[in-house]
Every structure is written in structure tokens, then in C-alpha cells.
Design a protein around this ligand. Sequence first.
Ligand code: GLC
Ligand code: CA
Length: 547
Amino acid sequence: MNHSHPAADVSWWRTAVVYQVYPRSFSDSNADGIGDIEGLRSRLPYLADLGIDAIWLSPFYPSPLADGGYDIADYRDVDSRLGCLADFDALTHDAHGLAIKIIVDIVPNHTSERHPWFEQALRAAPGSAARDRYIFRDGTGPDGKDPPSDWRSHFGGSAWDQIPDGQWYCHLFTREQPDLNWGNEEVRQYFVNTLRFWANRGVDGFRIDVAHSLAKDLSEPLRSQPHLDSQLPLDGTDPLYDREEVHTIYEEWRKVFDEYDPPRMAVAETWHPTSSRTYRYARPTELGQVFDFSLLKCSWDRDQLIGVIRRSIEDHRDAGGGLTWVLSSHDEPRHPSRFALPADVRPEAWLAGNGASPTIDPKMAKRRGRAATLMMLALPGSAYLYQGEELGLLEVADLPVESLQDPTWERSGGVLKGRDGCRVPLPWTRAGSSFGFGGNGSWLPQPDGFGDDSVEAQDGIGGSCLEMYKEALRLRKKLQTRDDTLDWLNTEDGDVLHFRRSNGWECVVNFSGTLKPLPHGTVLISSQPLHPLGIPGDSTLWTRRDP
Ligand code: GLC
Ligand code: CA
């Protein structure tokens, strides 16, 4: 099926299962230790067999890798270590041939310091047009030696860095990621044309990086904002995040997406203290979809999960956009490990201790990981999977510090290990150098025993995590409906999360350590081997009753 097939469903993304590929860690075709586009293309049959609808490809653009590719030096090319535009076109072509859509990552808040625009800005004078594409300011205090404001970088420290002529530039992420000035018309046009560049090459959609941070209040004097985006006012008046004006950018982009047939889809990455403002980015006049990270921020706690599911369904309805769910990504510790942590242990703290305090029981982690996935896949809307979760991979919490690449490590002064533990290259085979990832090592070390979780060790093996994902995705294709009403059942049992969809599809999660009664109806799939007397602890079951 081709993406421009006349009968194409223009709202395919509303119920899609999207699989995130972090290209440097997926599959390495030329044994240089770095995953690449050709490696991904060679694995498309695997992804088709898994049963996903689309791939979201994290940045593959030329990048000095100060932030794992989210520092882009050229928005319209492929990094030569990952391939070339012809490889990208071949990937899109082959993916479409297997009915898999392609979503690319757009990073509009900042460029790399190696982007020609920033190089020009450094050479140009204060107040020049070249500097106006970014956020340059004079310093404060005696001789301008203090930063222009108290804004903070997400990776630690000030959001300002000084350049030799004395001016400062703003970077909400690393110093190698200067923030763009979205009040500048040339910047706006450049991104509109970048969207067209990729849409013309046949991509089906876009993932918009830190979509809530583009519009900033840059009026003088700059306002104080010592917080990151988890502590914001909820009225659109913060100087940096989630301002009302940011929505006009996406209204403009929607017009670009709608130039295409079928219209291109988009999904925003945004962070808010609560989900109440999240779904505004998904309004049909804007991006259509936004990541809802509320499951990702939960512990393995029945009441918490029910609470966020209820709220997300309501919030998304008010906005009229798509509903989404996410358990894992390239930015968060893998969900089986997270759900095995006691509720009062923050994942960052656990990682800082190399996963040793407390240690987690890998069996329990994998059980909960599978149970959580089956729960998510039974919810209305679209689900985002992260590469390797279908293998039940755990967070690699004990990466030696010398191997860490995430800027978080350095910018936090060696306190926070950052996100490398979920970016370890995938194991494809039981044994061999880099477990089949590439053949000659990998850019992050893989743990001993990784081969036991490999594709080779699980493919076609009944009861494996990989086979559970395949079966669940196959069933979901038949069962998923656009109807988003959920009937909550069995609510008096505090250890059980149980809901029914309008077509009689039921999902029960047992959070207790004891068996829970099987619901009526035909059992469709179970995250653990079926027990004749009931649903085992830490497991999820799907059944179906005639509506
Ligand atoms: C997003 C990305 C993350 C990156 C940051 C800066 O949060 O998901 O990986 O570090 O934006 O671009
Ligand atoms: Ca390679």
C-alpha cells in the first residue's frame, strides 16, 4: 500500500501504534559501531512482522552529537555516519511498501552551534540580522559579567553562555544548542520550508521537539524564571514555556500539513506540571496529536494509573485532538525497570547509584513491563513504543561513567547519569560481537547476558515478550475502535484495574500478589501464562464479550 493511495485513511494516526527508532542504537549496517539508515532499512521486515503502523525516527541529521543528534547542523540532510538522502528515500520507499509510515523529528527550539546560522551569528556584530535569529543579549552587573537573566538549562547550570565579544546567548539545553528567536520571520519561514522539504520526500508526519518552548517573552527587561517546565503557571504567562503565542506557530504549520494529500500528521513533545494544558497542542487546527506522558510518570500503582487515564481521556476530548500513550522513550529509564522501583525512589536517584540501591528483581520488572504494555495497548487512541521494549529490555543502570555520552552527566557535575541506559544498542542475536547490532562493537557498551533478550532468542518462541507484543498488536488491529468511552468495572477491588471498551473488549490488570477471578468472555491474550483459577499477580489479561 502506498502512502498516497486514494483510499488512505487520513486519520490513521488517531489509533496508530508508532515505534520510535533511535537510529544510532537500532542496527549498524557497516560495522562502525553506530546504527544507521541502511541498518534500519534492513530490519523493516522485522518491524512489519511486529505489526507497527509507523516509525518515528529520532534525528538522523548532520550533528556534532552534543545532545545525541538533537543538536542539528543541517535540517535537510542525513548525517554521513548514518547514510545519505538516497538511503533515506530508499527507507521511506521500502517502509511504505510494507504499509509502515515514516515520522521524522523536527527540532525547532534550537540548532547546533555548528549550524551555519550560528557560525554567522558569532562572526557578526551585536545587533546584526545574523544575531537576531538567535537570542543574544548583553550581560548584567558590572562590565556585563553576569548573565542577562536567571534562566536555567535543562541539563544543569545557566541557560546563558558568554562569547568573546562579551554578549551572551540563550540555550535552554546544552551550550552547543543555541535557542532560536521565533520572533524572527526568517526562522519561521525556514521551518515551514523544512517541513515541506521532508513532506515532499514522502514522510507521513513530524514529531515536534520541545514544542512548548518556542515562543518566549523577550521583552526588556527579561523576566525572572528560575524554574524548569515542571513548575509553571498554568495560564500561558510564563516567559519561556507554554505561552499562548506558541499556538499561532502550529496553526501556521497546520496549513502546511494540509497542503498534502493525505495531510501530514504531527505530534508535539511538551512538558507541563499537569496534563490540563497538554492537549491544547493537539487541537485539530494545530498539531492534531501530542505526547501524553502521564503514564510514563506513574509508579506501578493502580489508583494513580486509573486517575491519569480518566483525566487524559477527558482532557483530550475537550481539545478534539488525538489521544496518546507512552511508557518508554529515549529520554526515560525503560518502563519495566521503572515499574519495579518502590514508589518513593526516583528513577534518577536509582540510576545515580548504578541501579544498586535498591536493586530491582529483573523477573518482576519484566512481568510488570509486559502487564503495563498490555494495559496501554487496550486503551483508546494511539500508542508510542520505544525500540527494544518489545524485547522486554531493562534499563542498563550500571554503564561505566567513562562510557556516558549524555550531556546531563557533565552538566550535572557527574551527579546525574542521564539517558544513555535506555539508548544501549539493541541485541539482535544471542552471541557474537555486539549481539548482532553491527559486528564490531557498539557506541555504548552492551551488558553481559544481553543476548538472552535478543530477537534471535525470542522470535517464534511461545511466551516470549516479543511474541506477546506481536500477538497484542495483531489483536489490537482488529479490536481498536475510534470510540473513547471506557466503562470501569470491578472498581470496588482496590487491586484490580478493569475496563471495557464499547465493543466488549475488556482489559484487567492484577496489581496484587494473589490470583484474581477471570472475567467472563473469551480470553484473547495474557501477559503471563494463563492460570486455570484466575489472573496471576502483576499481569494483564484481555477478554472479549459480545457487545
Ligand atoms: C527533547 C528530546 C531530548 C532532547 C531535548 C533537546 O526533550 O526528546 O532527547 O535532549 O529535546 O532537544
Ligand atoms: Ca554504521
